[in-house]
Design a protein around this ligand. Sequence first.
Ligand SMILES: *Cc1c(COP(=O)(O)O)cnc(C)c1O
Length: 411
Amino acid sequence: MAYINDNYLKLPGSYLFREVARRVAAFKESHPDADIIRLGIGDVTQPLPQASIDAMHKAVDEMAHQETFRGYGPEQGYDFLIEKIIENTYKKHGIDIAKNEIFVSDGAKSDCGNIQEIFGVNNTIAITDPVYPVYLDTNVMAGRTGTLGADGHFAGVTYLNCNAENDFTPALPEKRVDMIYLCCPNNPTGTTLSRKELKKWVDYAKENESILLFDAAYDAYITEADVPHSIYEIEGAKDVAIEFRSFSKTAGFTGTRCGYTVVPKGLRGHAADGSLHDFNSLWNRRHTTKFNGTAYIVQRGAEAVFSEEGQQQVRALVSYYMENARIIREGLQSKGMQVYGGINAPYIWLKTPDNMPSWDFFDKLLHEVNIVGTPGAGFGPCGEGYFRLTAFGDRENTLRAIDRIKNKLHF
Ligand SMILES: *Cc1c(COP(=O)(O)O)cnc(C)c1O
């Protein structure tokens, strides 16, 4: 009989959203008429920008004629999209990124998950706690983490605690680590790291020859000047950081699928024999071997995001969600709750009243006011006592939800 990859047995399972679904289903069974409002899962609700729709229609028509039909494209993405990315995301901010440093993909989740393949299995990793689960779980699968202890921590992982006490600003690890995952603006906490804080991490990575894995999926939601839109705005970052970006939250592409990863040339690691190698070549090898390119139609849709109309439409989408964020944040504050995030990110991270455990607060919200959120504990031990609400709902539901919390929730 074939052996399985035993590392998979170390995973706690897709516990979080499965348990959320189970509790919601049980509640519905006993309360079939309840009008449930979902502010739980981090998925967008508003339609794609019209510029992307028009571009994709046009691309579909091109597929209907032999002269304009496209088969396999370059695995790394079409130049028309890569050039727009460089121009709009980097050059405009004085950052110099070359075409062969960008790899277009079907989204940032796959890239965040796959990137660890080009790193040695004995590397040590640091993740923030709470965390977007993909960074951790993919390292568990690869065998880089050891086993899960009773305290909810994997023995071989360095956890960087983020809570209200440290203003969601993690301290540098005491013990040297090889790979550090940072997400800014953050999912789930909705908080950010300032230029000064990020410089601290870039300097740490330089000193310790570590690599930063920087997830910028929420950059479009940044409203404050002191929050960098790219890790490469920080001096020296091109020597130590890989950056993940996505059209999902920026332009509503969660179901359309397009993202990209930047692996700067000159980002190096050691081989077992001590020789130096470029991570860019390794990622190129991996990407071209295991991935056959994002659909032409989708890349045309993504390209259109950078057109003048596209930019206007995306700004409107983002402000729509950020107005929801304001409504949620101020609504909860008026009820005397402690809330974080929601200024540079579409997530509101709230402290549960009276230090109620996250799952108890989940049940209370579901049963008393029929609102589904996400218990903070599901994102890591440090998330206990916190709760996440998303601003990705539609306006009407967001207003109704906050009205219910203000007027019908008792604590
Ligand atoms: C939503 C999200 C992404 C983007 O995922 P896609 O695969 O591009 O849809 C990446 N990182 C974080 C932290 C996210 O929340």
